[in-house]
Design a protein around this ligand. Structure first.
Ligand SMILES: [Zn+2]
Length: 351
């Protein structure tokens, strides 16, 4: 087995939500192994419209209050060395790419207050946005067709519906549509399950997925999706195991191009796998928002304290088990470009 392709976080903010504190369990004990022998990938086309679900009748707030989770740990490590991301043979760093131009672009006006906005491969969270799912198998875990269907319907779709609903509240039309769902893609390395413990993240999952689909690189794959669908593209790579989800997105000034994507795990790192159905929805929404510029509200004590006061239910402060109890406040809406109105709190010296 090759060594895992990992990167010290020079130019990539890895944001993650740690698992809520669950009872101690042996995370290996319940691994279901459905390792797929075939490396051939198959695709499932999903209908354009996902079914609308009325969440309002499912849970009263009083019954879920004690089941909120605060998944509030964050890490960002700056190490002044070249990261170890492999460069594809056709060279994934393209000098003519407009991403690179954007990296050196001077921030002016209100954009000085949202430095992660409009960066990387994910820019504009409005209009039609295509979602591509990659259900990854690895040496320890795999997916059955039923598990993929359940995860898509119970976890992904509600997360996307939440974002559409919140966008609408800011007058932003957003239509998130799962365009492809790939399965039987094998990740041929060790997946780092906890960034918190190691400070390292697995960054080549999307790249391996692209190779599994016979693209020369993830960059080429995303470019193909973009031309195919004519929309923004959001990629989720999803493992059927316990782990800590994170978003991989570039910081301004980065010189290495990273194809933005989220790495999602079916279960929180320390979960005993008895979490409520849908509990990953908020994590999926949270991580996706990072790709479009959202910032964590729990990264520093000062911000966390202010956020608790002004945005107690904001999904960037804490991803709740029940996503309907989350919202997107006007600071996050500003960070992702849903509004250009700068919330007063951003001028607070403690923010
Ligand atoms: Zn985060």
């Amino acid at each position: 087995m090759r060594k895992p392709q990992i990167v010290l976080l020079v130019i990539v903010i890895i944001c993650f939500l740690s698992a809520c504190e669950q009872s101690e369990t042996n995370s290996d004990a319940n691994f279901a192994v459905f390792q797929n022998e075939s490396s051939k990938s198959q695709t499932i086309d999903y209908p354009e419209t996902s079914q609308e679900k009325d969440y309002t009748t499912e849970n009263s707030e009083s019954t879920v209050t004690n089941q909120f989770t605060q998944k509030d740990e964050s890490i960002q490590i700056d190490i002044p060395t070249q990261p170890s991301k492999p460069i594809d043979s056709n060279n994934s760093i393209n000098d003519n790419n407009d991403n690179d131009k954007n990296f050196v672009e001077e921030l002016v006006g209100i954009n000085k207050l949202r430095v992660d906005y409009n960066l990387g491969t994910c820019r504009n969270l409005s209009g039609n946005v295509s979602v591509i799912l990659f259900f990854m198998d690895d040496f320890e875990s795999g997916w059955t067709a039923d598990e993929i269907t359940n995860f898509t319907n119970n976890e992904v779709t509600p997360g996307l519906a939440f974002l559409e609903k919140e966008a609408k509240s800011y007058g932003v039309e957003l239509d998130l549509s799962i365009k492809q769902s790939y399965s039987s893609i094998f990740y041929d390395d060790e997946v780092i399950l906890s960034i918190k413990e190691t400070g390292l993240a697995t960054i080549d999952v999307l790249s391996q997925a692209a190779h599994g689909l016979n693209y020369s690189s993830d960059e080429e794959m995303i470019a193909d999706f973009k031309s195919q669908y004519g929309t923004e593209i959001v990629c989720f790579t999803i493992f059927n195991k316990n782990g800590t989800a994170y978003a991989i997105n570039p910081t301004r000034g980065a010189t290495m191009q990273i194809e933005e994507h989220c790495i999602i795990f079916a279960y929180d790192l320390n979960s005993n796998r008895n979490d409520p159905i849908g509990s990953q929805s908020s994590i999926i929404a949270h991580e996706m928002l990072h790709l479009f510029g959202a910032e964590d509200f729990y990264a520093t004590t000062n911000r966390k304290n202010l956020a608790k006061k002004y945005y107690p239910a904001d999904i960037m402060l804490g991803a709740n088990y029940y996503i309907i109890t989350n919202n997107i406040g006007n600071a996050t809406a500003f960070y992702i470009g849903w509004t250009d109105e700068v919330p007063d709190v951003l001028y607070n010296e403690n923010w």
